[in-house]
Write a protein that binds this ligand. Sequence first.
Ligand code: UGA
Length: 435
Amino acid sequence: MKIAIVGSGYVGLVTGCCLADFGHNVVCVDKDEAKIAALARGSVPIFEPGLEDLAKANVAAGRLTFTTGLADAVRAAEVVFIAVGTPSRRGDGHADLTFIYDAAREIAAALDGFTVVATKSTVPVGTGDEVARIIAELNPGARFAVVSNPEFLREGAAIEDFKRPDRIVIGVEDDRARAVMTEVYRPLFLNQAPVQFTNRRAAELIKYAANAFLAMKITFINEVADLCEAVGADVQDVARGMGSDRRIGSKFLHAGPGFGGSCFPKDTRALVQIGADFGSPMRLVETTVAINDKRKAAMADRVAAACGGDLSGKTVAVLGLTFKPNTDDMREAPSLDLIRGLKNLGVRIAAYDPQGMEAAARILTGIRFAESAYDAASDAEAVVLVTEWNAFRSLDLARLKSTMAGSVFVDLRNVYRSHEMERHGFRYTSIGRPV
Ligand code: UGA
């Protein structure tokens, strides 16, 4: 099939590369000329395990191309995916749909022959209706169908998630579009991946409801972790006991510094707004957002408390900056709140991250970016493990301790065990576990 992907960001690129790998003829479109030129040379601008190799292989096979020319790409396509960003609108938390509607207008002008326009971006309920209205208004003769096909990829595991999905959700309003989308995902149908056809509005809502539920699950265990600290229980034991009930499930029950990233914070806020717009409040989600914001902001005080109070003029080493491992994405990362909070307490920061330092340097000023975890820890009063990169799971603890001025280790991801840390002379605290 001939497929055009409008928007070559994270979702667009992963979708484009994977669909090309299924054997489709894919062209990825973006307005950013430098990005398209780099992609055409085989250089993928984001860090996602396996993505660059997949891009190179499919470019070499002639199935994947990149262009800034939206009109030609759309004209030739049987399916056009919209994969542009839907950031939070400043002020009210609504999803900003400017890029979606701009794309719809440009696509409308270029449509030729029956074309399925499928939205991959996370969009509020009713957006598909509006995209269809825009296209019909601007190009009354166009033959098209608008489909909602949300993605459920996790950064760091995106290719695996695309090729072995828990489910594919396709919101369609007519049989012809259903047949086209079946063809797009044929290799997955053959692998018996669960495919759920539903209507467009349900598909749009499934995406938000799923993300909000996961965010709520994390927030629940984070509050249970606080309670564990108060009552003297271990949150990992509690999570294990809860998670082995198959109705609950063990995933997303890892207590930590609060959720971040490009999806959960933005999507929970947007779902609250959708509820308000339709007069059907999403109170649990609203509370989740508030608790999570507060939790991220409280991490600096947690570090200060672990150090016994005044940290002014002292150095704290921050290990891990990205919102989770295996990505270079810094969006709404808990490290940002932590570092801002520590700086307000007069702390000097030395930070190290295996992939995120470039992105972090664009956001954070006045901190030292270190060469390694050990370099960051040098002369530090405390080390704070914020992101559970594999590299931080097997630190040479004796070496780390010997470079520090103090001995505090705050483990916000429960990577280590207290007895081994104490054996190395650390004053160790973690999340929701007895000291
Ligand atoms: C999330 C969803 O997991 C994907 O299914 C979805 O497709 C994606 O958003 C999206 O909407 O595009 P992602 O943001 O890449 O994926 O990352 P997650 O692995 O879900 O982690 C999100 C945040 O929750 C991270 O800050 C992570 O550290 C935190 N988290 C996750 C926890 O604190 N505890 C957990 O048990 C799990």
